[in-house]
Design a binder for this molecule. Structure first.
Ligand code: SAH
Length: 505
């Protein structure tokens, strides 16, 4: 097989800022060699067998020497692999991407470059600073504050200082005094507005502003952390109007959500879009349960209703159909029943529109609806694909009313005990403002996972319950929820957090 190396720009931090082409490369890579500034969440898109190599350590300056990185890329490529060299921002903006590409050329390795959003432009945009503006800047310069030969910056200061446009320094924090001094000495107005933007486009982005003259004082005073951009120019004055990112209502808040390993949850996206940092606590491990093909077919055909009481039951039921190549038309004789928005939208995602939907979030209310329907139709067989640990009350209620329930355990729902240390570590070291519980079981699972003796660790965190049943269950274990959403759904849960933030911060 032909090998290929892709030099891919990951964008400045926000995982949404990678290009479609970059993402496609990540999905097909056999190996990904990535840097410190790359958002690690992007690695979740890799295929299962893909190998990962990290070539930059968190503690700055301790980076794998460039020749070793080059060697690694070549070595992997020579094995006929698809190699992605994933770099922060754009690969050719101070990322040594040019050097890496040259070495590939010199060694006859086929390569392509996938440009990325550079922090120098995209990072500033998130801080509310447009690099150019007809009223303030008709050019921009991107300059390194740190050269290969260190202090001896190869910069034409007189020309740079005369420039009225925007000047952006990358890697400039350590050299800030020298940089500002040279600009002023060579003629730039000491009152020119400047800003530092650290961790641009990430949940902890921080923008601090000053004047060129006083900038170096700010680094210590405001504890400006690397990586940071230093930007000089009149456009900085626009942050007040254009700084959309740090103005989002949950910006600066950390919210833990208790969910499965499966990423990309609805709750997560809603909170992130409002600006929160979301930490997923992997309490539950969900897996499909194998069902034999003929058994599954027979079961479906012997029913008048199929009742789904969770999103997962829909997902794993249809996975089983797909696995056995059982056509959806087999469902034609059954009325499809659903509960809650999430389950219903999962069903609708299969292009099937439920016949019966419960009035509220509770399984009992779905049972009532089905019983009403049975009274009219006389058909009374219900198939119930569910979790191995789903409680029996739904079935009981139906049985009591003369219905016949065929339960099918379609997924298992186990406490992810392997994650105990990881989770305790999160509670000990991350400053978390809120933790959400979207069902009684997410709470119970967390307690089982960390152990009763560690429950104290939740003390300083505001606990948010999705509804009265979950709250009761928590109180029973000695933990009082601080907030409870009005309606038992995700939107209402998000609303209650929003109004709490408004009130208290
Ligand atoms: N290729 C990258 C730059 C690599 S050099 C790009 O195009 O963005 C590393 C420097 O980039 C850092 O020292 C910092 O000055 C800047 N940088 C990269 N990502 C950043 C971010 N999210 N926030 C602020 N500065 C960032």
């Amino acid at each position: 097989m032909m090998s290929k190396v892709y030099l891919v720009g990951a964008g400045p931090g926000d995982r949404g800022l990678i290009t479609i082409k970059g993402l496609e490369c990540l999905k097909k890579a056999d190996v990904i060699i990535y840097d410190r500034l790359v958002n690690k969440e992007l690695l979740d898109y890799r295929k299962k067998e893909c190998e990962l190599f990290f070539v930059g350590k968190e503690s700055s300056n301790h980076i794998l020497p460039q020749n070793e990185i080059n060697h690694k890329i070549l070595e992997e490529a020579k094995q006929g692999k698809i190699v992605v060299r994933l770099k922060g921002g754009d690969p050719y903006v101070f990322g040594r991407g040019g050097e890496e590409a040259e070495i590939l050329y010199d060694n006859d390795v086929d390569f392509e470059v996938v440009p990325g959003v550079t922090s120098a432009i995209g990072g500033l945009a998130y801080a509310g600073i447009p690099v150019t503006h007809r009223d303030y800047a008709s050019s921009f310069h991107v300059v390194t504050g740190h050269s290969k030969y260190d202090d001896n910056l190869d910069i034409n200061w007189p020309a740079l200082a005369k420039e009225k446009g925007t000047v952006i320094f990358l890697m400039g924090i350590g050299n800030i005094k020298h940089i500002t001094k040279m600009l002023i000495e060579n003629g730039r107005d000491p009152n020119t507005p400047v800003a530092f933007v650290s961790w641009a486009t990430k949940y902890d982005q921080k923008t601090v502003k000053s004047s060129l003259e006083k900038a170096y004082l700010l680094v210590e005073e405001k504890k400006v952390k690397s990586p940071a951009l230093f930007v000089v120019g009149e456009v900085v004055a626009l942050t007040k109007k254009l700084g959309f990112f740090e103005k989002r209502p949950l910006f600066g808040k950390s919210i833990a959500i208790t969910r499965t390993r499966a990423k990309n949850s609805e709750l997560r996206y809603k909170l992130e879009n409002l600006g929160a940092r979301v930490i997923e606590i992997p309490t539950i491990q969900i897996e499909g349960i194998e069902v034999e093909k003929e058994y599954l077919k027979k079961m479906i055909k012997n029913n008048d209703y199929i009742a789904f009481t969770s999103q997962h039951s829909v997902k794993y039921f249809f996975n089983a159909l797909r696995k056995h190549r059982i056509d959806k038309r087999i469902l034609a004789g059954s009325k499809i029943c659903s509960i809650g928005e999430a389950t219903t939208s999962e069903i609708e995602g299969k292009d099937i529109y439920p016949d019966i939907i419960a009035d509220n979030f509770y399984a009992n209310s779905l049972a009532d609806k089905i019983i009403d329907d049975i009274k009219i139709n006389g058909n009374n067989r219900i198939m119930y694909p569910c979790s191995e640990i789903a409680p029996g009350d739904f079935e009981e209620k139906l049985n009591e009313n003369g219905a016949v329930v065929h339960r099918l355990n379609i997924y298992s729902n186990k406490v992810n005990l392997a994650a105990k240390e990881e989770v305790i570590n999160i509670f000990e070291n991350d400053k978390i403002d809120y933790i959400t519980f979207t069902s009684s079981s997410t709470f119970n699972n967390l307690v089982e996972l960390i152990g009763k003796e560690n429950i104290e660790k939740l003390k300083m965190i505001k606990k948010v319950s999705i509804g009265s049943i979950t709250s009761k269950n928590m109180t029973y274990s000695g933990i009082n929820p601080d907030l409870e959403s009005d309606k038992a759904n995700i939107n209402s849960l998000v609303d209650i957090i929003l109004s709490d933030v408004e009130k208290n911060f």
